[in-house]
Design a protein around this ligand. Structure first.
Ligand code: MN
Length: 293
């Protein structure tokens, strides 16, 4: 991997790859988006917004960027379909795990997570997957592809123990699969009823270590309208940050992907939120590591 500065570096920080604990990997790919394409522009919008956020985290009272952050060049989108993109992402993320990095993969549509899962299988035995999403993503295949954004968690469940949070949209086809282990599903309605009790339930069933796959449509479209398939009734900023911090403090989080930012021209707030959320994730994980034991 080269230390040449990326066109856009997360937070405007570009530490040398070797010295950075965090590797940001832009994967601007949205060929499987169902409703409103544009997630291919997500990484650029997120990285651009990140240039304007404070390096000092107001909650932890700590500049998390000191752990070292390196943004890689964006992966070249493959136009032939997700089955070609998956191995590319898998190879990139595998390289980051093998180099001891904390990968932060930026979508792109949620299908890019399937590549990260393949790297997880090779590099992290016994890892669990924690999904934040409006959608169950449990279709066996969708529009002819088993690697669609709508099949992400069907693929994950083949290899990992999963917990799904924020879910509020699924098909009749997915209904049976979704409830095979009801303890592992926390719907958005569950969260709304009693966020703390539902967080406790997540921490009870979730394994260790953990990989987080976060589809931004888990959030309420009032604060995150810029996704391909926005669903009403989603999580608040307070809830997602509370959950992520608790998971980071009580589990070893090995990597994350944040997907489905589909920028709306002229509306910067969702881009800004996405950048803040990525930085929160990094800050929570590394603050917890520094204060562990
Ligand atoms: Mn989704």
């Amino acid at each position: 991997m080269s230390d040449a500065p990326a066109a856009l570096a997360f937070l405007g920080v570009q530490d040398p790859f070797e010295e950075a604990a965090v590797s940001v990997l832009p994967a601007p790919y949205d060929l499987t988006t169902t409703y409103q394409p544009g997630a291919r522009f997500g990484p650029r919008a997120l990285l651009t917004a990140s240039l304007n956020i404070e390096l000092f985290d107001e909650e932890l009272r700590w500049d998390a960027s000191q752990v070292g952050i390196h943004t890689l060049p964006a992966l070249e989108p493959v136009a032939t379909g997700p089955q070609a993109m998956v191995p590319e992402i898998a190879e990139a993320v595998r390289g980051l795990f093998n180099a001891g990095k904390f990968p932060v993969t930026l979508g792109g549509d949620h299908s890019i997570a399937i590549g990260a899962f393949q790297a997880l299988i090779d590099c992290w035995e016994g890892v669990s997957v924690l999904q934040f999403d409006a959608h169950a993503d449990l279709r066996e295949s969708y529009q002819g592809s088993p690697f669609s954004h709508a099949s992400v968690m069907a693929r994950a469940r083949e290899s990992f123990d999963c917990v799904q949070v924020g879910i509020r949209s699924w098909s009749e086809e997915e209904e049976h699969a979704l409830w095979q282990e009801p303890a592992r599903v926390v719907t958005a309605a569950d969260v709304a009823t009693d966020p703390e009790a539902q967080l406790a339930r997540v921490l009870e069933v979730l394994g260790d270590p953990v990989y987080v796959t976060l589809d931004l449509d888990c959030l309420d479209p009032a604060i995150m309208p810029a996704t391909g398939t926005p669903e009403p009734g989603g999580l608040s900023w307070r809830t997602i940050t509370r959950y992520l911090r608790a998971v980071a403090e009580q589990r070893h989080v090995v990597g994350v992907d944040v997907t489905e930012l589909c920028p709306i021209p002229g509306m910067v707030a969702p881009d800004f939120l996405a950048a803040r959320l990525v930085y929160k994730l990094i800050a929570y994980v590394f603050h917890a590591r520094q204060h562990a034991g």
